[in-house]
Design a protein around this ligand. Structure first.
Ligand SMILES: [Zn+2]
Length: 133
């Protein structure tokens, strides 16, 4: 099943929840965002959720408001950690199910021709300056 997204009213509820004294704060680190960019994050990345979970409608408890620069993107941001975890999960799944792909696909070399190409005689030259008859 596809990635579930928060509905508009759910995003509003999460934003409201993240407010401290009327100012939007990062739910990851508490930084006062006041106009800084933020994103609504899936606390558990959708790609890591079992299919059974994804049959249920998403709730605001599954989301958090993260500052884009402090917690969501960036070197040790949530997204980067999620991407790592997703890749690891895929590798583990493939190994457990015997789906491990070969490290490198070998590019096939062209088949060898059975007999060598006839040697061309470059010693004989056509006379380019011969008068046409
Ligand atoms: Zn933060």
């Amino acid at each position: 099943m596809a990635r579930r997204e928060f509905a508009r009213n759910q995003r509003e509820q999460i934003v409201e929840r993240a407010k401290r004294d009327g100012v939007i704060c990062c739910e990851g680190c508490g930084l006062v965002l006041a106009g800084k960019p933020y994103e609504i994050d899936h606390i558990i990345a959708e790609a890591l959720r079992p299919e059974a979970d994804k049959q249920k409608p998403i709730t605001i408890a599954e989301g958090q408001l993260l500052g884009k620069d402090c917690c969501h993107r960036g070197q040790n941001g949530k997204t980067r950690q999620d991407v790592k975890a997703i890749a690891k999960g895929k590798r583990q799944y493939d190994r457990a199910n015997g789906l491990k792909t070969k490290a490198k696909a070998k590019i096939p070399s062209p088949p060898k021709s059975p007999e060598p190409a006839p040697k061309l005689d470059f010693t004989r030259r056509r006379n380019l300056y011969e008068a046409r008859s």
